[in-house]
Design a protein around this ligand. Structure first.
Ligand SMILES: Nc1ncnc2c1ncn2[C@@H]1O[C@H](COP(=O)(O)OP(=O)(O)OP(=O)(O)O)[C@@H](O)[C@H]1O
Length: 440
């Protein structure tokens, strides 16, 4: 450690002269935390903006200071138990998903996460980089699940989109053995939609993710199960191949974010290609545009099927079932979270991690009307007050498909696409058990 520096407060900045004699200012809003070192010194961890090719990045820096100005005392942070090496130290594992979003996870690790772990004195963590879509699944099977079964406390820092969380969730919910200790998962959002991260308030880039890593506490993650009719198949390899949904006979996928059919599922499926992924979250809007304006000039597709909702009501929470009147739909979606992207507030009444599932639907309409509803969703979730939109609290939803063409029978479960068989069905129900914790 170099000699601690003397600091002053100048407005809302910290002022100091570096060892090289340069006058420096750190805006308070760029300070991640202040760590207390052996008395009387402190370390200030702060983000420094770097601009490369017009895109803004951050790297995490540290200075050691001689004394603590009063204005900085609210920023003094104690290392949380999910990172601390004390009584029962957790195994800390960092997963860098190199294929997430526009491929920035590795840079985020190098520039901010690795320095943070070093500054807080956490040197002995396990580091994994994804090499294929299977990497996180294999890690979950060989490491995370094993440790959870044996009751080992573990913290998994995921630099990915929703996909990394969902891969772990699938492995845990398929395991038949009891979980001894649930792992604590920290999301450092590096994906495209980052629905879960956005929903728990991690608004932009990796910076809020680090703050949550340091200041958050664990909450159990609510999950739904989507059970499909037996001939349904997982769509993989940019739509070119099909695979079994699971290895046993349950034909079930698990999710924590969204299950959808209609416009949403179709646009997620169509935009999941290497070419589209280059456009970041704009890929969803681009694919939506193509679905709403078919090249042959016809109106948008009317998705045909019977939708049955199960709700619970009254003091005894009695279950009641209701079939949606119409047999044609444009948008049908069940979600456990408020946001599907940072600004896309699909379910404004949802409270992240409270376990309630909401259903959003609208029927066939013109491309302009559908775009209007989507725009309202980007404007604070105002679509749900429109008369054309159904927005209700549900326990379960079942869809019986009445479509001849497979492309209109595609269902999205947290980004994965399932092609339901002809005359097939899907049932989406809240799952009673909670096997993973999220730091939020
Ligand atoms: N090195 C790699 N090679 C091939 N595929 C990879 C690699 N690393 C990650 N992947 C895959 O890329 C996909 C990235 O998904 P992830 O959810 O993390 O990001 P995203 O789809 O961009 O974000 P979101 O789900 O939040 O919209 C996953 O299917 C993952 O398994």
């Amino acid at each position: 450690m170099s000699d601690p520096l003397a600091v002053d407060i100048a407005g809302s900045s910290l002022k100091y002269t570096s060892h090289a004699g340069v006058e420096c200012l750190i805006d308070f809003s760029d300070i991640l935390c202040v760590l207390s070192n052996p008395a009387p010194t402190y370390s200030v961890l702060f983000f420094q903006k770097t601009e490369l090719d017009g895109s803004e990045d951050f790297s995490l820096k540290k200075i050691d200071i001689k004394s603590l100005p009063a204005a900085l005392s609210p920023l003094v942070t104690k290392i949380p138990s999910h990172l601390r090496y004390e009584d029962e130290p957790p195994v800390v594992q960092v997963v860098v998903s190199t294929g997430s979003g526009i491929g920035k996870a590795k840079t985020v690790f190098q520039d901010v996460v690795r320095p943070l772990l070093k500054y807080i004195g956490l040197e002995s963590y396990e580091l994994y980089e994804t090499e294929s879509p299977q990497t996180i699944i294999e890690l979950a099977q060989s490491k995370f699940l094993e440790r959870a079964h044996s009751g080992v406390p573990q913290t998994i820092i995921l630099l990915s989109g929703d996909g990394g969380l969902i891969d772990i969730l699938e492995v845990f919910y398929r395991s038949k053995k009891a979980i001894g200790v649930s792992p604590n998962i920290v999301l450092i959002p590096c994906g495209t939609g980052n629905a879960m991260a956005s929903s728990i308030g991690l608004r932009s880039g990796p910076v809020p993710g680090l703050s949550t890593l340091l200041r958050g506490s664990p909450s159990p993650v609510p999950v739904f199960a989507a059970r499909f009719s037996p001939g349904s198949r997982l769509v993989i390899d940019e739509g070119r191949q099909r695979a079994d949904i699971d290895t046993d006979a349950h034909h079930t996928l698990y999710g924590a974010v969204v299950a959808s059919w209609g416009l949403h599922a179709a646009l997620v499926a169509d935009s999941d290609t290497f070419e589209y992924r280059k456009f970041g979250s704009d890929r969803f809007k681009m694919a939506a545009n193509e679905l709403l304006h078919p090249s042959d000039g016809t109106p948008p597709h009317k998705f045909k099927g019977k939708i049955t909702l199960t709700a619970s009501s009254g003091p005894d929470e009695a279950r009641c079932q209701e079939t949606v009147d119409a047999l044609e739909h444009m948008y049908a979606l069940a979600t456990l979270v408020p946001r599907l992207e940072k600004e896309f507030l699909i379910s404004p009444e949802s409270v992240p991690l409270d376990g309630k599932m909401r259903f959003i639907r609208f029927g066939p309409m013109s491309a302009e009307e559908a775009m209007h509803l989507m725009t309202l969703a980007y404007q604070g979730g105002r679509h749900v007050i429109e008369d054309t939109v159904t927005y209700v609290d549900i326990e379960a939803v079942r869809i019986d498909f009445q479509e001849d063409e497979e492309k209109w029978r595609r269902v999205c479960i947290d980004g994965k696409i399932v092609a339901v068989e002809r005359d097939g069905w899907v049932e989406i129900c809240k799952e009673p058990s909670r096997l993973l914790n999220l730091i939020n």
